[in-house]
Design a protein around this ligand. Structure first.
Ligand SMILES: [Zn+2]
Length: 299
């Protein structure tokens, strides 16, 4: 966000899967780069331990063989121009890296969009993931409302929650939204309490997680409308940092953290975003688990 300068007949199915894997399969030399290419010139947080990651992933479901899991999951990753310093809000690099690696999970198809998906992309998509400087207007409403009504899934990361002068309208769709830089925010040591989301599949095994990233609070919208997943204490009281909301048949997952690019290389953060993508698509919540530690900041 604005502020200090630092400031996801059987033969036919098999053929479709094979085609999608060939389409986005990384070449051999690129396989080991699911890490964000640039960090800020600051000390990164310590890597997460293998034991902590194993505890977060414990109790996962085996991949289901039902019809829903056999159909390709079609994701559009939406980015936009970079608006912060090195290693912050790096929407373009996030889009490149995630578009290359999400399709490693069988039955996952990824497309990319700049600023906003095209109408054909939205028509074909199961999930739209927005990581960009957000915006809202009548054209976006006219595209997103029918998408949600037919059961589409939305994921909003960090500054994508900015609705600018249409923040109330964006909040009606995603729960809470920002009026430009008029909200409160803090960069630094986060201690997110996932107790509110203890019964939600996205937060399975999560209790408290620390990151070095950014919180927002004092967003527009009605907190009573959201399903709170995780909160942060700011100015003496808890504020939503992760939540879901359902609109018609559509589902939405929001993560406020996502300022520093090292956070995207953290297995705990990846787990939440991957589960968020799977949950809004009504798929196996653990379908992306093989990517949680791939080239991640874990030891
Ligand atoms: Zn930020």
């Amino acid at each position: 966000m604005t502020g200090p300068a630092r400031c996801f007949k059987p033969c036919t199915v098999v053929l479709l899967f094979s085609a999608s894997l060939l389409w986005m399969a990384p070449s051999r030399g690129e396989e080991a780069a699911f890490r964000m290419p640039e960090y800020p010139d600051l000390a990164p947080p310590p890597p997460r331990s293998q034991a902590e990651v194993a505890a977060l992933l414990a109790g996962g479901e085996a991949a289901e063989a039902g019809p829903a899991e056999q159909a390709p999951l079609r994701i559009v990753l939406v980015a936009g121009p970079k608006d912060h310093g090195k290693g912050e809000h790096d929407y373009p690099n996030w889009q490149q890296v995630w578009a290359k690696h999400l399709p490693r999970v069988a039955g996952t198809r990824v497309e990319t969009a700049w600023e906003f998906p095209t109408a054909p992309q939205i028509d074909a998509a199961d999930v739209l993931v927005f990581y960009q400087h957000g915006d809202w207007n009548d054209d976006r409403a006219a595209a997103i409302d029918p998408f949600l009504a037919r059961g589409g899934g939305l994921v909003y990361i960090h500054w994508a929650v900015d609705g600018r002068d249409q923040h109330q309208a964006l909040a009606q769709r995603i729960g809470l939204a920002s009026l430009g830089g008029g909200i409160s925010y803090r960069h630094g040591d986060l201690d997110i309490d996932f107790t509110p989301g203890a019964e939600h599949p996205i937060a399975r095994n999560f209790r408290r997680i620390r990151w070095i990233d950014e919180t927002y609070w004092k967003l527009a919208g009605d907190p009573a409308q959201i399903n709170l997943i995780g909160s942060s204490i700011e100015e003496g009281r808890p504020w939503p940092q992760f939540w879901t909301i359902e609109r018609g048949r559509g589902r939405v997952f929001v993560s406020i953290p996502g300022h520093y690019m090292w956070t995207f290389d953290d297995p705990a953060f990846r787990t939440l975003l991957f589960r968020g993508i799977a949950w809004v698509a009504r798929r196996n919540i653990d379908r992306f688990n093989e990517l949680v530690t791939l080239d991640a900041r874990v030891e």
